[in-house]
Design a protein around this ligand. Sequence first.
Ligand code: CU
Length: 95
Amino acid sequence: MLKTTIIILSFFITAGIYSNAGMPLKIKTVVINSYGMHCTGCEETIETEIKKLDGVKSVKADHVNKKVTVKYESTKTNPNSIKEAIKSAGYRLEE
Ligand SMILES: [Cu+2]
């Protein structure tokens, strides 16, 4: 009887662990300083390049404040890949 209870309990605990591991998306936000943007056209160029990355949920480039804000799934991409995308769009990470 006790053994059965333990088996049933451990089943539920295990099921709980797996559903937690599989379910929630890990969305992170990163703000990257980016230089060389002069207008909204530049913002669009950077945004288009970053959106090509798998796992990017949203991207907002801001040429006035020289920042690019990106929401991404941390299991699919990372800040380094986003920085590479900014560089291949023709913009700089340092002033
Ligand atoms: Cu421009």
